[in-house]
Design a protein. Structure first.
Length: 193
């Protein structure tokens, strides 16, 4: 998401230098509420289900992976449940779409989750999560493309096609002229590799 928002910021400045752009972070519910109240002109949310009164487009659809330092991940020899129980896990908070997908995966592997089954650290900073993974032996679940760009020896274990992070750009109908809307969607979907 950071790369998508950076692309939007730089592109917006280039295309509309005299028109300010403001980016705010909130939960999906707060963003939708802000869109309804016209506090926001458009939002980026981590799912594809938005109200019929809005228009939107999926701008990113990335598979999720269990990640860890390559030495830790080398211990994964087949029994994923035992592996997950041996290592602490750092995940974004429950307000995050990643966390919701991660919990669905973890419950599928471990059954109902309890503190005795899983050592979980909640952290809403991806850089801190990456530090916990690369320097302190934690595991995490993050989008595969994000991890692939990192300059660290991280191994990914894909979770399967049903576990994905979807980001949707959503706006109130008739908010943007078609040209501006196409520019914004183009900036949000720009390949950042």
């Amino acid at each position: 998401m950071a790369q998508i928002l950076a692309n939007l910021t730089v592109g917006w400045e280039r295309l509309h230098p005299r028109q300010p752009l403001s980016i705010s972070a909130n939960t999906a519910e707060e963003l939708v509420s802000g869109l309804k109240s016209r506090r926001y002109d458009a939002i980026l949310i981590d799912h594809a289900d938005f109200l019929k009164e809005f228009d939107g487009r999926v701008v990113s659809d990335a598979p999720l992976a269990l990640i860890g330092d390559h030495r830790i991940m080398a211990e994964l020899k087949g029994d994923v449940a035992k592996f997950l129980q041996r290592h602490p896990l750092a995940l974004p908070s429950v307000k995050s779409g990643i966390r919701q997908h991660a919990m669905h995966y973890l419950e599928g592997v471990l059954g109902p989750l309890t503190p005795s089954k899983l050592r979980l650290m909640e952290m809403d900073s991806i850089p801190v999560i990456i530090n916990l993974v690369t320097r302190h032996g934690y595991l995490s679940i993050l989008p595969e493309p994000v991890v692939a760009r990192l300059p660290f020896p991280i191994t990914q274990y894909p979770l399967g096609a049903e576990h994905r992070q979807i980001l949707s750009f959503v706006w109130r109908r008739n908010t943007f002229a078609p040209k501006m809307l196409n520019e914004m969607v183009s900036l949000l979907t720009e390949d950042s590799a």
